[in-house]
Design a protein around this ligand. Structure first.
Ligand code: ADP
Length: 609
């Protein structure tokens, strides 16, 4: 329930709105009950001569809330009316009354549902925004590949579960009990004996139907899981067709899919048996109950003691029949509420996650980079094995430091420590002599530009991709940045120039073009510190030359950390640091390292060959 209220809090002013919902719901039920109740006097007029001939009974002498007093008052006015205007006119008035009541009742129902739906759409919108804002504030370490799918699923599946549940629970779990209570009260007023008798019968049939439904659900889950496995096999098969054919494994795969589809068939047959049974069974049970009520109630009427009059009995049946749907809604609502709160719990667990990297209080807002970046005895581990071991490195302002070495050596991880995507497990990274955690994270990152191997572009115009994250950017500045990045010419050749949309992740552009856009973005940001992570490694030599020129332009007068695969691109770096298994194994200029005749020399010879 706590979770449910937390969900509702996403709708602004939810308390007042739920109160409004309740008021509409209660009034709506009362009006619907009123219309159903009008069937009783109608039957009385149709079937009972005594109303026309009887003398008008007097008004009750004392006023109290009881069935007899209500009946006497009603009879006084009703019989008076019939005798004055005749049964035909009375019938007309009753019919008009029914129509009026049903119009009012349904208008209220509309308002009630609208209120519920408004609460729902507000909850969904605000909750989505909350997840998104929360998730985007989490540290990079949170987003590994496995989590991405999970996050997507929470954003879509869990959210739609919550969406369905909010509206459903308001309509069914909160409202239907009101309907049931009002209708039950009417039933008790008509005949408490018959009502009690009916109430004893209900759990018997209800229990039976509920049991069937429970078993159905279990089977439905098995069926879905089996379907998931079938899709998996299909996916594997179509993806691996070459291997399957080359290894003559068709029979093997056929057997695999035959086993699974046979299982799926068995489960579905079992579902069908129960499914097809449930509706006829509940109809038979329902009719048996009605027959028993008819027999029992009919006997009360026939007893002639005035305990139950025919029109009252008919009214009873009408109310009884009108209760079945609300009762069903209520039980469905409970299930949907449970599902919704489980989904919401999963969502709240994300929302409640504290980012591992956040601003400390009174963090220093950085405005410029003056002196140097220093790694002091830095070690880092993602899980258990250390990825960086006792790194000491100083990068002075205006210098270019290249990180090279075999893949998996820890180069990207080292670079990620500078914009504080991660914090070192041991040791410290300092900027101008002060530890990075002392700085305001945003101001720290404002000093840095990052260009990675996989340029991260968004499905937007070229202009907006270059100006990404910046406000009030002038067109000439964007064009200038594109020129520096060797991108202006190809941009002008696209259909709408700077306003061309580049597709999902920039899919309409070539690798080199994407890379140059990413570089233009860094040029426009004009940061004093640059981090280039294998920025040219995925390109053919023509694009590489264009991108390399762009990078050389970009690196002028800046401090750069360059991760390079192709050693030819970093020969002019001020310092080359060779990383292997998390250690710095060699360092120095190109000339020095070549002379040392170590790992660097070996790597560059392999590349030349
Ligand atoms: P390089 O850039 O030199 O190729 P990385 O810094 O990418 O090396 O990786 C160093 C080591 O850390 C590798 O063994 C890699 O598997 C591991 N690693 C990288 N990123 C993660 C991560 N997000 N979670 C766990 N391990 C990681």
């Amino acid at each position: 329930m706590k979770i449910y209220f937390r969900i509702l809090q996403y709708a602004p002013g939810y308390a007042a709105r739920i109160l409004k919902f309740f008021i509409y719901a209660i009034l709506g039920v009362v009006f619907s009950a009123g219309y159903l109740a009008l069937t009783m006097p109608m039957l009385k007029v149709l079937f009972n001569d005594s109303v026309v001939n009887a003398s008008v009974p007097p008004l009750p002498e004392t006023f109290e809330l009881s069935k007899t007093v209500a009946e006497q008052t009603f009879n006084h006015y009703f019989i008076g009316f019939v005798q004055q205007y005749g049964p035909h006119n009375t019938l007309l008035v009753i019919c008009v009354g029914i129509v009026v009541l049903i119009i009012i009742g349904n208008t209220l129902r509309y308002l009630e549902r609208l209120t519920a739906s408004r609460i729902k759409v507000d909850v969904v919108k605000n909750m989505r925004m909350d997840i998104f804002s929360k998730v985007s504030s989490l540290d990079i370490g949170y987003f590994n590949n496995q989590r991405k799918g999970d996050l997507m699923s929470r954003f879509t599946n869990d959210m739609s579960e919550v969406e369905g549940s909010v509206a459903n629970s308001l309509k069914s779990v909160l409202k239907e009990p009101i309907t049931l209570i009002v209708y039950l009260t009417v039933l008790f007023t008509i005949s408490y004996k018959l009502t009690l008798f009916t109430l004893i019968l209900l759990p018997v049939t209800g229990g039976l139907v509920a049991e069937i439904i429970k078993r159905l659900k279990r089977k439905a889950k098995q069926s879905q899981e089996s379907m998931g496995r079938i899709v998996n096999i299909l996916d594997e098969t179509f993806g691996g067709m070459r291997v399957i054919k080359a290894f003559n494994a068709r029979n093997f795969i056929l057997k695999k899919i035959d086993d699974e589809t046979s299982y799926h068939r068995k489960v579905n047959l079992s579902i069908a048996r129960k499914n097809e049974l449930s509706s006829p069974l509940s109809e038979v049970l329902g009719v048996i109950i009605v027959a028993i009520i008819l027999y029992y109630g009919g006997n009360l009427v026939l007893g002639g003691s005035g305990e139950l009059e025919p029109q009252e009995f008919m009214g009873f049946l009408v109310f009884y029949a009108s209760m079945i749907q609300p009762a069903k809604n209520f039980s469905n609502g409970i299930t949907s509420l449970q599902k919704g709160t489980v989904a919401a719990d999963r969502i709240f667990r994300i929302i409640d996650t504290e980012p591992a990297i956040k601003n400390k209080e009174g963090a220093i807002v950085l405005s410029e980079f003056k002196d140097c970046i220093e790694f002091r005895q830095v070690s880092f581990t993602y899980g258990t094995d250390p990825v960086l071991k006792n790194i000491n490195l100083k990068i002075e302002r205006g210098k270019t430091v290249a990180l090279v070495g075999p893949s998996g050596g820890g180069k990207s991880t080292l670079a990620d420590l500078v914009p504080r995507f991660y914090d070192p497990t041991q040791g410290a990274v300092l900027l101008d002599g002060i530890g990075l955690p002392e700085y305001d994270i945003e101001s720290l990152r404002r000093l840095m530009g990052v260009v990675t191997q996989e340029s991260i572009l968004f499905n937007d115009s070229i202009f907006n991709n270059i100006a990404f994250g910046m406000e009030h950017v002038k067109e000439e500045d964007v064009i200038h940045a594109a020129r520096v990045a060797n991108a202006h010419d190809f941009i002008m050749q696209t259909e709408h120039g700077y306003q061309t949309y580049i597709g999902d992740r920039g899919s309409k552009l070539s690798g080199g073009q994407r890379q140059r856009l990413a570089i233009a973005r860094a040029v426009l940001k004009n940061p004093p510190i640059l981090i280039l992570d294998e920025a040219t490694s995925a390109l053919d030599s023509e694009s590489e030359r264009l991108v390399q020129d762009a990078l050389t332009n970009l690196m002028k007068n800046r401090t750069s950390i360059v991760i390079a695969h192709r050693l030819s691109t970093i020969q002019h770096a001020d310092e080359i640091v060779v990383l292997q298994d998390g250690h710095i194994v060699e360092r120095g200029t190109h000339a020095v390292l070549v002379q040392q005749n170590g790992l660097y020399k070996k790597l560059s010879e392999i590349q030349k060959a």
